[in-house]
Design a binder for this molecule. Structure first.
Ligand code: ADP
Ligand code: ZN
Length: 741
């Protein structure tokens, strides 16, 4: 049976202590029901976090309310304890239920995302620390230099951890033990210190706004002062100073002692942003992303819950942190498709952020130079405010964009940079400025073919080619973990050393760049070379310090970065991404290329952008040449409206999978047979998914399309509710899909 959210209404007055007896709790497990427990003597309120036995495990759970009860008392298990933590706010639990119902996933799975740091539920650890016990008056005590450094360090009578003493007094643990034995310092137990700084440390630098920014700020603050749910879109060209503008909104909310969440696409989470924040506010925000160490993760989670962290900068999972008094959410680069989570619980983080703001009755601010069509339509239909910023901050003009026709450029085989672009790169090098070459393909080559028989190297688990990564001497599947070294002979015809690379990835482009510009300093920027904020930060610093002349990058490089010396941007294959039947292929390509182009000439030096394309007359390319974003969007809008596609209609995908193709086909027939007939609802499929086999599972897809006024969740629910899914098959629902593979 497919699990749907089916939770009853919660009790209304959440501040009252519940009478002892039966209670309902929500568990962080993938089911849609509440579980009944017996509370013998704990003082519990709705939203409290408790520990309960579940099967052979102990799990945290959220108290939902008292319940009449269906289970016999003798069979009821008891609530073990209550965690020493605040209650999950009612607005957060309402949000959990809403996310579950909207995305058609179990409420327990959503709760699991909220309780994403289980260790953080436990009281913070007590650790050993030391204080000064040395009587300054006492004469005649012989002190070694090491001992003296420790006593000097502790002379202010503050408590310091062993780690701190080792670090600041530059001594060994043996010296600390010796001092303790001599009674010169005393040991005490303290609660482990927060590693996250939340207090003001530095001077605050407030910007002086230009006229346009000033207007934007006052418009934004007006929305905020309504102190109710509303959504504003800061729609401004790259380099307009959008960040500075929303920082003002943050400052306003902080004055009211409320918390702020800034959501960034994962790749933009970097040191420069944090530094910029610190310059403006004088303290470091909390961070939340997949790369945090366990300790920081736990401490951040708890501090957010207890209201000690006022600002969190995070990737999409930060939306599910249990903020105790959230008062503003900013979604920067709101158009980024990376905000859509496509694995596990599928949700569009930007849309859920708006729902979170509605649940808490506060403002959401969406920010972009290339807003999504969804957001623009919300503005046009009066649901969102729009705050325009039309010019770049300071002297910078938008760069000039030129197309280079690949059809006329006589590129020889195995080369991808046209003569025109080579000349421009040379000139840029002579001016001691920087170039970005953009190619959105990781690795060396997307495909390897056998010269003798034409056999392609494919993943045995997925319908996908193996991508060659020379830097690690591997051929990798980008969909699963499969990786091999280059086979010495063809699997099919046995020919020796017969495989040759087809097409370029960034590594292969690097070879060409090194060949053409042997003395240039070159760096490849992709998710392989810049995984994690630390490496990304080092890279950004190297660019800013002029240690790199030519950057060869994938989309990692496209967004958000501010590199004043980049004045030449070359797009190696502007047509890449246009192919394929993806609903948003055009929109996404436009946004990406617009963002890449926006990296050029961001300060006083004028920038240029070159698009290598075999379709120079394509409307999308033409729009890029004239920075005619709105013209492009009008076209795109018309197409979507005519086809009844989002944002003018609703879409959901139903994806079936099983190891055995017969099982998945049988299931597809059963589901197809009970497809609903209803006016305004169209069901396409079942079709073999473009990635027909993924991680060894065969896949079939349905697409449900309906008009905006139809409740698509209800349609899906009544359609799929009574379908018996065999245990070795799976049905996944994706509301508002972004991935059609
Ligand atoms: P966007 O986010 O719109 O692309 P940024 O906020 O990154 O633009 O701003 C571009 C550059 O201009 C940054 O270096 C930023 O510090 C600077 N800037 C923007 N507004 C101001 C201002 N009012 N005073 C000083 N510098 C500003
Ligand atoms: Zn694979």
């Amino acid at each position: 049976m497919i699990n749907f959210m089916d939770v009853e209404d919660k009790q209304s007055d959440s501040s009252m202590t519940l009478p002892c007896g039966r209670i309902n709790v929500l568990l962080p497990i993938p089911v849609s029901q509440y579980y009944e427990y017996l509370n013998e003597d704990l003082s519990l309120r709705i939203g409290d976090l408790v520990e309960v036995p579940f099967g052979k495990r102990y799990l945290p759970a959220v108290v939902i309310g008292s319940v009449e009860g269906q289970v016999e008392v003798s069979k009821l298990k008891r609530v073990l304890s209550k965690y020493d933590l605040p209650r999950i706010p009612e607005e957060m639990m309402n949000f959990v239920v809403w996310v579950s119902a909207y995305n058609m996933v179990s409420a327990g799975s959503v709760l699991k995302m909220v309780l994403s740091a289980p260790q953080a539920l436990l009281p913070p650890r007590r650790i050993k620390a030391f204080v000064n016990a040395f009587d300054m008056q006492k004469q005649g005590v012989k002190l070694t230099p090491g001992r003296k450094r420790v006593l000097d360090y502790l002379a202010d009578n503050k408590t310091r951890t062993v780690q701190e003493i080792i670090e600041f007094a530059r001594v060994t643990p043996a010296i600390i033990r010796g001092l303790q034995r001599s009674g010169l310092i005393d040991s005490v137990a303290i609660t482990e210190k927060n590693l996250i700084e939340t207090h003001k440390t530095k001077k605050v630098v407030t910007p002086v706004f230009n006229l346009e920014q000033g207007k934007a700020v006052s418009k934004l603050l007006n929305s905020l002062r309504e102190q109710t749910f509303n959504v504003s879109l800061i729609d401004g060209v790259t380099g307009a100073g959008k960040t500075e503008v929303y920082f003002e909104a943050i400052s306003e909310v902080l004055k009211k002692e409320k918390q702020v969440l800034i959501l960034l696409p994962e790749i933009a989470l970097s040191q420069p942003f944090l530094t910029r924040f610190e310059t403006r506010f004088g303290f470091r925000p909390g961070q939340w992303h997949s790369d945090l160490s366990g300790k920081i993760r736990n401490q951040t989670w708890r501090a957010v819950f207890e209201g000690e962290v006022s600002v969190v900068v995070g990737a999409r999972s930060a939306l599910f942190l249990p903020f105790s008094k959230l008062g503003l959410i900013v979604v920067d680069e709101e158009h980024e498709t990376g905000f859509k989570q496509a694995d596990g619980v599928k949700y569009q983080c930007r849309d859920m952020a708006v729902a979170r703001a509605r649940a808490g009755q506060f403002s959401a601010v969406l920010v972009s130079a290339t807003p999504s069509l969804e957001t623009l339509i919300n503005f046009e239909q009066g649901r969102y405010n729009r705050i325009p910023l039309k010019s770049r901050y300071g002297a910078a003009d938008l760069p000039e964009v030129k197309a280079i026709d690949l059809g006329k450029s006589n590129l020889i085989k195995g080369q991808w940079i046209t003569k025109r672009l080579v000349d421009e790169i040379s000139k840029t090098l002579e001016r001691k400025e920087q170039t970005i070459l953009f190619l959105n393909r990781r690795g060396y080559a997307p495909l390897n073919l056998c010269r003798a028989c034409g056999h392609r190297l494919e993943c045995p688990n997925c319908s996908a080619w193996l991508v060659e990564h020379k830097s690690i001497s591997r051929l990798q599947c980008h969909h699963c973990d499969y990786a091999i070294t280059m086979p010495s002979s063809c699997f099919k015809c046995g020919a020796i050393d017969s495989f040759h690379a087809v097409g370029p990835g960034v590594e292969r482009l690097e070879e060409e760049v090194r060949f053409r510009f042997p003395s240039a300093r070159i760096s490849v920027a992709s998710s392989d070379t810049l995984s994690g904020p630390v490496r990304l930060g080092e890279f950004i610093k190297a660019v800013q310090d002029s240690k790199i002349d030519i950057i060869i990058g994938t989309q990692v490089i496209a967004k958000g970065h501010h590199f004043p010396l980049v004045t030449c941007v070359g797009v190696i294959d502007a047509d890449l991404g246009l192919a394929g039947g993806d609903l948003r292929a055009g929109e996404r390509t436009y946004q990406l290329l617009h963002q890449v182009a926006g990296r050029s000439g961001r300060e006083s030096r004028p920038g240029k952008v070159f698009l290598q394309t075999s379709q120079p007359d394509h409307p999308l390319i033409k729009a890029l040449l004239s920075w005619d974003r709105d013209g492009f969007l009008e076209e795109e809008k018309r197409g979507r409206r005519d086809a009844g596609m989002p944002p003018f209609g609703k879409l959901a995908a139903v994806i079936l999978s099983a190891k055995d193709p017969r099982i998945v086909d049988d299931l597809a027939s059963v589901i197809a047979a009970s497809a609903p007939y209803s006016s305004g609802v169209q069901i396409l499929g079942p079709a073999i998914a473009p990635i027909a086999i993924l991680r060894g599972r065969h896949r079939r897809r349905f697409l449900v399309k309906c008009s905006k006024n139809i409740n698509i969740q209800k349609i899906l629910k009544s359609w799929l509710r009574n379908i018996k899914v065999p245990s070795n098959a799976k049905v996944d629902i994706d509301i508002d899909p972004y991935n059609f593979m």
